[in-house]
Design a protein around this ligand. Structure first.
Ligand code: PMP
Length: 325
């Protein structure tokens, strides 16, 4: 889905809350020319039952953001906790009561020609209503991309670095033009890395397998959540290892994970069915658990959530869960 923002939506820019239409940068901004920015993507999920909006793992996202900004020597002069508080205030000011996507962006803001960077940095946070990214309940058709995943020694894929997303955009565009829903990228060694905007998991012989973080992938937070759910709730063995392209064609289940996509089952890959081209049992259970956890319905995973409004209903259900626990 493409989310276009209302120009009057309130954003956080240069240390202030202001309408999006007033939050502008110069066309000479360093990051605009050279891709020298680092962004994040965070979900907030509306739960109709408790009338509460839950931001999903904001602390981990902001911690990752600050670390990745360090790769480009961009300083975000706020702690991860302060950034969580800014996000909560931003959502409240907009009075949002629906699913959201929060997009923090830090960038080199010098207004001049020349690729060398200096210490002028800025950051902004935008929150916009956002529905489903891929319509994936029944599973998607993914294609292995002719584009290779960028290498750590070129632009670190783990970094959510703006310029690196040219790689994702090329692969994504190509995949959609070829009739696929999503691209799967191989790394320079020819092994499976990840989707254009998501991590990849496959199930083989009852084991959940995903490429290691050293295989030129983003260190996904959904990846981490899924690994915890799989281990703790389903008792699965998780293996982080190199995946061959041809394993995609013979595995039992395949799915993609990410903040935007959630858990997207892949039922066809390169015009071949994954198993019998239907949703696999492990994928189905993980998708259900993830959805429940992200809406505050599983007490153990409440620690992943930051409630925005702290509604009476949400507080009550949390109190009941505490007394039961
Ligand atoms: N890989 C890439 C290239 C991505 O852009 C994303 C989305 N942020 C992911 C993986 C998934 O990461 P996360 O679960 O933290 O959203």
């Amino acid at each position: 889905m493409k989310a276009e923002a209302d120009p009057n939506v309130i954003v956080y820019f240069n240390g202030q809350y202001m309408p999006l239409k007033d939050a502008n940068v110069s066309i000479l901004t360093h990051a605009l020319h050279y891709g020298t920015g680092v962004f994040e993507g965070i979900r907030a999920n509306w739960d109709e039952e408790s009338k509460e909006l839950f931001v999903l793992r904001p602390l981990e996202h902001y911690q990752r953001w600050k670390l990745n900004c360090g790769i480009l020597r961009i300083d975000v002069p706020r702690t991860a906790e302060e950034l969580c508080a800014i996000t909560q205030e931003l959502i409240r000011r907009n009075d949002f009561h629906s699913n959201l996507y929060v997009r923090p962006l830090a960038y080199k803001c010098a207004e001049r020609i020349g690729v060398a960077t200096d210490d002028r940095d800025a950051f902004a946070i935008v929150a916009i209503p956002f529905g489903e990214y891929l319509h994936a309940e029944e599973g998607i058709h993914a294609g292995v991309s002719p584009w290779r995943r960028i290498d750590d020694n070129a632009i670190p894929a783990r970094g959510k670095i703006c310029g690196a997303y040219v790689n994702s955009a090329l692969a994504s565009d190509e995949a959609r033009r070829c009739g696929f829903d999503e691209a799967i990228l191989l790394n320079e060694s020819g092994h499976v890395a990840e989707g254009a905007t998501c991590n990849l998991f496959m199930v083989r012989k009852g084991k959940l397998i995903t490429p290691a973080v050293t295989d030129n992938v983003l260190e996904g937070i959904t990846r981490d959540s899924v690994m915890e759910l799989a281990r703790r709730e389903l008792g699965l063995d998780i293996v982080e290892r190199t995946i061959d392209r041809s394993e995609l064609y013979i595995c039992d289940e395949l799915f993609l994970t990410g903040t935007a996509v959630g858990i997207a089952p892949v039922v066809r890959v390169d015009h071949r069915p994954v198993k019998d081209a239907a949703l696999g049992p492990i994928t189905r259970r993980l998708a259900h658990l993830y959805c429940e956890a992200a809406r505050g319905r599983l007490p153990v995973y409440r620690r992943w959530l930051q409630p925005v409004y702290r509604t009476a209903a949400a507080a009550q259900s949390m109190a009941v869960e505490k007394s039961v626990a």
